[in-house]
Design a protein around this ligand. Structure first.
Ligand code: NAD
Ligand code: IPM
Ligand code: MN
Length: 359
């Protein structure tokens, strides 16, 4: 297979972790006889610095023509000035919208050996295997916003909107995925307070009753879900929720497998290239130190092979290689927690995964 892959390293630790994922993909290509053509493009703060735009047109064009996109992270203190004309994060939101990537899949799966790396008790986190579907191109992130007034009357607003069509398509995708797993779907909303959540709840229930009567379905309020996630995580299978709730709940859920640095994601639409990225950000506190965990990005590359390139065996090979390095005891500092004496660097972790793929 000959595929063009766009790399969007971005800011902070982005370039460090994307480089490790690229090396892993290059190894997969060599081992399985594929050709991946990589090209790097700008997004985020670095794109603002060089072009004034967090998502230059050349980047959008390259993404549209690609088979798939692998992104590191965007943002950082350098671009955090609240009065700045634009922000790195705007580039990420725009590429998701431009490419119609309405479904963000975020698997939260515990590697058994990492149960000790979780700040939660091992007996609680054991068996965790949740697949979040976060709606990604609607809701409050893309609502009308504005500011007015001054002094104590200075006001800012951002509205939350969902249409029935937006709810149907993400619920359908999540329910389909549930059929291929344990056949259970949980929808998370705030229907006791928010109007868009009441629409979400009603439309989701209709889709489930009419099209997926075989899938066991329940609804949970988002505040309650925040609690259940750390109390009984192993009881959830597929979870579908809106844009902001999904953002927050998955960062919370990252503590189940032990680190934000372990969680990949896939952003998919009805057609066209998918975008793959770790769920974490640019980690400015550790950028440039060579200690970021590259595994989330490497696992995102595996999701890319599976979902965009149809290379299931290759995706499984990467996942097995990651599991093997974990079993061998390799830990970047985020996973080593109390015992930093044996922790490895970003490059060492990437090289260890590549070595496992060498047959
Ligand atoms: P963050 O996810 O960057 O970092 C949170 C904490 O987790 C930090 O202590 C960081 O060191 C740690 N961490 C994250 N990834 C890690 C990894 N791979 N290995 C080891 N440790 C890791 O969140 P933040 O600090 O709140 O945000 C920093 C910047 O990143 C902000 O500008 C934010 O907007 C941006 N951000 C971007 C994305 C994205 O590009 N998809 C996602 C989240 C945040
Ligand atoms: C994520 C990030 C982004 C989001 C930001 C950086 C726009 O937190 O990918 O989870 O909120 O979607
Ligand atoms: Mn986030």
């Amino acid at each position: 297979m000959n595929s063009s892959i766009v790399l969007l390293p971005g800011d902070g630790i982005g370039p460090e972790i994307v480089e490790q994922a690229r090396l892993v993909l290059a190894k997969v290509a060599e081992r399985f006889g594929h050709t991946f053509q990589f090209s790097s493009h700008q997004i985020g703060g670095i794109a603002i610095d060089e072009t004034g735009d967090p998502l230059p047109q050349a980047t959008i064009d390259a993404c549209r023509e690609s088979a798939a996109i692998l992104l590191g992270a965007v943002g950082g203190p350098k671009w955090d000035d609240p009065s700045a004309k634009t922000r790195p994060e705007a580039g990420l939101l725009k590429i998701r919208k431009e490419l119609g990537l309405f479904a963000n899949l975020r698997p939260i799966k515990l590697f058994d050996e990492l149960a000790e790396a979780s700040p939660l008790r091992a007996d609680i986190v054991k068996g965790t295997d949740i697949l979040f579907f976060r709606e990604l191109t609607g809701g409050i992130y893309f609502g009308e916003s504005g500011t007015s007034g001054s002094g104590d009357d200075e006001t800012a607003f951002q509205s939350m909107t969902y249409s029935a069509g937006e709810v149907k398509r993400i619920v359908r995708m999540a329910a389909q995925a549930a059929r291929g797993r344990s056949n259970r779907l949980t929808s998370v909303d705030k229907a006791n307070v928010l109007e868009p959540s009441r629409l979400w709840r009603r439309v989701a229930a209709e889709v489930m009753a009419n099209e997926f009567p075989d899938v066991q379905y329940d609804v949970v309020l988002v505040d309650s879900m925040a609690m259940h996630l750390i109390n009984r995580p192993s009881e959830f299978d597929v979870v579908v929720t809106g844009n902001m709730f999904g953002d927050i709940l998955t960062d919370e859920a990252s503590m189940l497998p032990g680190s934000l640095g372990m969680l990949p994601s896939a952003s998919l639409g009805d057609s066209g290239p998918g975008l793959y990225e770790p769920i974490h950000g640019s980690a400015p506190d550790i950028a440039g130190k060579g200690i970021a965990n590259p595994l989330a990005t490497i696992l995102a590359a595996a999701m890319m092979l599976r979902h965009s390139l149809g290379l299931t065996e290759e995706a499984e090979a990467i996942e097995a290689a990651v599991a093997a390095v974990i079993t061998d005891g390799l830990r970047t500092p985020d996973l080593a927690r109390g015992d930093q004496s044996k922790s490895v660097s970003t490059d060492e972790m990437g090289a260890a995964v590549v070595a496992k793929l060498t047959v």
